[in-house]
Design a protein around this ligand. Structure first.
Ligand code: 6PG
Length: 260
């Protein structure tokens, strides 16, 4: 059992988001007081949209001035394409908060060569964290969703990129997807101080049970490989997503723990 790994189950996505907003503020304030900055990597998809919308309501100028937003992954499309993760994050958060442009770190998707784009983003991360070669950055906060195939970020089952240990940024294009994808590797994700996996809705109940309670027999699923070495791992679920789980810390509507 991982020392800092928890499954928290909330009545609904609104209560889950209340918890996550509080957690975000705690980690941001702790990171800023320690390092004078808060460095987060955000995922795309539909699940985090409610959280992003509510996050945009935090009008704490000082926090946003010292917050840096990276992406865990990106579809290889122009930013104005409706599939763009940066476009979605801009639309739901960045356009409403006082974050300096230089604090937004998108994955570049304009090169015809995606491999070059991965190298450029990796170099940018290394420069930002002032990393020696072969060192891995430690993000303060990484937010992940999970696909019903068990992917996280854009690391897909059976993809060679899942096992990448040297690079910080890789790319993939499973045949069932309409775009190539750039993604941070598990080396980066598992070096973060706080990793949150956000799972809502009954469509995710099956896969999250495999990931949380049947890890061994599903170890090919990238989500089962999310295991921060020294950081905290939080699975945040609403009741529908947790409907097949046997255990987890449940919270009532007023946020009180119900059962462990
Ligand atoms: C993306 C995400 C991806 C997402 C899962 C879940 O670029 O789509 O980074 O990893 O978290 O696919 O997506 P939903 O939240 O839409 O179910």
């Amino acid at each position: 059992m991982f020392p800092k790994r928890k499954t928290l189950i909330f009545q609904d996505s609104f209560q889950l988001t209340n918890f996550l907003i509080k957690k975000w503020k705690e980690i941001a304030n702790e990171s800023i007081s320690k390092n004078n900055r808060f460095v987060a990597a955000l995922s795309g998809g539909k699940t985090p949209v409610e959280f992003y919308c509510r996050l945009s309501g935090i009008n704490d100028f000082d926090i946003w001035q010292k917050t840096h937003i990276f992406l865990t992954d990106e579809r290889y499309v122009p930013y104005d394409d409706p599939r763009s993760n940066l476009g979605m994050i801009r639309k739901n958060i960045l356009d409403y908060i006082s974050i300096p442009d230089e604090n937004i770190h998108p994955m570049g998707t304009y090169n015809s060569d995606i491999n070059l784009s991965c190298e450029l983003y990796e170099n940018h991360i290394r420069q930002f964290f002032e990393l020696e070669d072969r060192c891995v950055p430690s993000f303060d906060f990484v937010l992940l969703g999970i696909g019903d195939d068990g992917h996280v970020a854009s690391l897909f089952p059976w993809g060679k990129e899942v096992h990448e240990i040297d690079d910080l940024v890789t790319f993939s294009q499973p045949e069932y997807l309409d775009t190539k994808r750039m993604s941070m590797t598990l080396a980066v994700i598992n070096n973060a101080r706080h990793v949150v996996v956000l799972v809502t809705g009954n469509k995710k109940a099956e896969i999250i049970k495999k990931v949380i309670e049947e890890k061994e027999e599903n170890s090919f699923l990238p989500a089962t490989k999310v295991a921060p070495r020294n950081g905290e791992l939080l699975f945040l679920l609403d009741n529908p997503a947790a409907s097949k789980l046997s255990y987890g810390e449940r919270f009532s509507h007023d946020g009180q723990a119900i059962s462990i």
